[in-house]
Design a protein around this ligand. Structure first.
Ligand code: HEC
Length: 138
């Protein structure tokens, strides 16, 4: 025979189960939204997000730029790069689109002579990877 307490425990376990299911579905939606965004930015830029993440660290971009949620990206010399995909203009003068972002990353001095961002010798494929990575940072 079920005691009242057992019934309540059963109800509570059911409720917790339901909450976990909803949370798992939410996480699943988040994951699939992220992977759709990744496919989109990779198609748009011709780069690979994960290679871009490694390049961002290898070139030391994070010593001058912050990105929330990216370890080591806490520099305050240049503008924060969180949400860069939503900005209209980059480098103060270029329309924000993949080829302009890649041009900027490869040679900011050619676009704005004397700007504080140095030419770091980034190769074209690395610039594509970096632009894919940056467009993922919302
Ligand atoms: C020595 C510091 C420094 C380093 C290293 C550096 N940047 Fe910058 N970056 C800047 C500064 C300063 C600006 C702003 C320049 C301007 O607007 O004239 C800038 C601007 C930018 C912009 C345009 C942002 C906007 O909103 O206008 C992007 C994108 C960018 N940097 C990406 C990178 C990437 C990717 C790397 C690594 C490959 C990198 N930066 C390395 C200093 C740096």
């Amino acid at each position: 025979m079920l005691s009242r307490q057992n019934k309540l425990t059963g109800l509570a376990a059911g409720a917790i189960g339901a909450v976990l299911l909803v949370a798992a579905a939410g996480y699943g939606n988040y994951r699939s939204a992220q992977s759709q965004l990744r496919d989109k930015v990779e198609a748009m830029t011709g780069g690979h997000v994960e290679s871009g993440r490694r390049a961002f660290s290898a070139y030391g971009c994070g010593s001058c730029h912050s990105i929330s949620g990216v370890g080591g990206a806490s520099g305050l010399v240049g503008p924060p790069l969180t949400g860069i995909g939503g900005r209209a203009i980059i480098g103060g003068k270029l329309e924000n689109k993949p080829d302009n972002l890649q041009r900027w990353i490869m040679d900011p001095q050619a676009i704005t002579p004397g700007t504080a961002m140095p030419r770091l010798g980034v190769e074209p494929q690395a610039a594509r990877d970096l632009s894919a990575f940056l467009y993922m940072q919302s």
